[in-house]
Design a protein. Structure first.
Length: 102
């Protein structure tokens, strides 16, 4: 699986700005990163492109490590991690909505 074209600092910054206003759509708990969780994220990324995920305290997962693993498994771009939330982005194949500045 090859990675999406990597984003520049400016593009990443733009997406971070957009992510400020979105709420986490799902959370990772004790069961960690399961196949069904990845499938759910795949669908969400296709529909929304930019998603925020909440890592629950009881999961004992490191937010940044988890974010990078999730990004890799969904072929998405890790945008940022703040506290126990992280943001990933993947351009929609069917219906791209977010216009990223060059």
């Amino acid at each position: 699986m090859e990675r999406v074209d990597l984003l520049t600092g400016k593009q990443r910054s733009y997406l971070r700005g957009l992510a400020n206003n979105i709420k986490p759509i799902t959370q990772i708990g004790k069961s960690g990163i399961t196949e069904s969780f990845i499938k759910q994220l795949d669908d969400a990324l296709e529909a929304r492109e930019l998603i925020k995920i909440h890592v629950l305290e009881n999961s004992l997962l490191d937010t940044k490590k988890t974010a990078n693993e999730v990004a890799k498994k969904t072929r998405a771009e890790f945008i940022q991690a703040i506290g126990n939330k992280f943001v990933i982005y993947r351009k929609s194949k069917e219906n791209p909505k977010i216009e990223i500045p060059r």
